[in-house]
Write a protein that binds this ligand. Sequence first.
Ligand code: WTA
Length: 640
Amino acid sequence: MEDAHVCGMAAYDKLVAEADADPSGYWSRLARELVSWKTPFTKGLDDSQAPFFQWFADGTLNVSYNCLDRQVERGLGDKTAIIFESDDGTVSRVSYSDMLARTCRLANVLRARGVKKGDRVVIYMSMSVEGVVAMQACARIGATHSVVFGGFSAQSLRDRIEGAGAVMVITADHQLRGGKQLPLKAIVDEAIALGGCDAVADVIVYRRTGGAVAWEPSRDRWMHEEMQAQPPTCEPEWVGAEHPLFILYTSGSTGKPKGVQHASGGYLLHAALTTKWSFDMKPDDVFWCTADIGWVTGHTYIAYGPLALGATQVVFEGVPTYPDAGRFWKMIQDHQVSVFYTAPTAIRSLIKLAEADATVHPKRYDLSSLRILGSVGEPINPAAWAWYHQHIGGGRCPIVDTFWQTESGGHLITPLPGATPLVPGSCTLPFPGITAAIVDEYGNDVPHGQGGILVIKTPWPSMIRTIWGDPERFKSSYFPAELKGCYLAGDGAIRDPLTGYFTITGRIDDVLNVSGHRMGTMEIESALVAKTDLVAEAAVVGRPDDTTGEAICAFVVLKGARPTGEEATRIANELRNWVAAQIGPIAKPKDIRFGDNLPKTRSGKILRRLLRSIANGEAITQDTSTLENPAVLEQLAQKN
Ligand code: WTA
């Protein structure tokens, strides 16, 4: 990889030295190189209101101009921006000119319906070109989008529409996944009927399947009809660099999901820069990120990063196991994908399926177009790493294990493919300019080889700006006083004594990571106790799982007697379906255990560590003498 954008460790070290010497100057140089500004900024970092940091604040730009118009102006109008493969295998290609025209038409629709700069628009769609166009259209007119993953329930959608104060919802009639038609519009109707969404004046509906939907004429409009009536050009709204590009709700350790708010200029810079360096993106590459646009990975590495670079990418509507578990490998072969970015949970489940059925084994496909592989969302265990490296990458493709978060906007710690020597299971070294460190609970550095709390010591351009509507929670969640101004990532980590490489050891708060989906234990507990006719009390913990990384384990005390046998199974299933309806199927507990009570101290505190041991099937080694009710431990050890 002699032609890599960052080639060799000397080049990496040089960038780190440049960033260390003058962080604001380093990021400003890159912001001038990678972003097109309407009005150039005069200052990089403004830390006068720390921890509410600002970057490039007096510059103005438009993110959609940067992703689309700019490519057309550079002569890339006919280049394919998106190769879209639908659930049933139909392929369509959308050029940069097409993307621009579609985005402009939809942006005009939004303006015509009265959406203004700063208004919030909720996007509740499945994987589609239209989903990306909807995000770009919001960016074009300065509306702040909040994408809600299409697997969330009506209740969760309602909470997010209300939380964001959205004036419009963009959705589709249905979605197609694994050959099944699933509703989207009907869930929007249900969410709005739950109340609290009074600000929503319009629901714009993309016709995906043509299946039947209920219609509210005063509110609902077909996307294609509205777009046809609009011209394919639209003057972008030039916004300040700090203008909120999007809010994305994610789980925290306490309370309801929080709306992570990102800015425009700094976010776009890091989206473009990390896409370029972490994936060594070149003009001829075909990039495929398998994430959903409902998560941050789909924002940064589908909707923004690749487009900002003028790259060609695959967008896939379906699931990796339909029509069979060879789908990913077939798509890599068919579209000559050169950079492939997916989650360990997908790899682990595909390993199992490939080993059980030779017809879907990757060796049956020509994967020689691949040159770089990526992993995201959770730690990748060395066995999965080795399989990915050998069977997908043919032993020749570097794997970039990218550690980052919704709050970070883009990669924080990751190998750079032409520079960093790889170690399976380690995300290696910080992206140049990211000051990652490991500290103790008082914010003091711990020596390499000793585990601790992962922090980022100095601000970076794509960092979270605030929690939407809750600046106090932003400060206390991410900049707790003890950590002396460091950003608290929420993960534990350890560095290798010799190489300084980072290994992430997992969340240190009550956030679970199930199949790479982030979920708060409190949210699931709240959902369970909301079943007021049945549940008196509930506690939720995670336990390791071979396929999903972590699995949700719920301990429940019912209002009535503790159920056993078939009744316990029946109630457990009822509760699972209830949680799916409250939050979404991804939040369904794998295990549900019933007890007459939960293990508590005499002062009434639930002993979660003990519950984690029980969930794991471990022998109880902790001192249980302070327990109010030791007898419940045996009950809770029984699975249903
Ligand atoms: C975890 C997803 C280990 C981590 C981009 C983090 C990882 C949380 C990795 C953020 C990785 C993400 N290795 N752990 N490469 N990538 N995580 O906000 O616990 O959905 O804090 O963002 O996922 O999840 P989120």
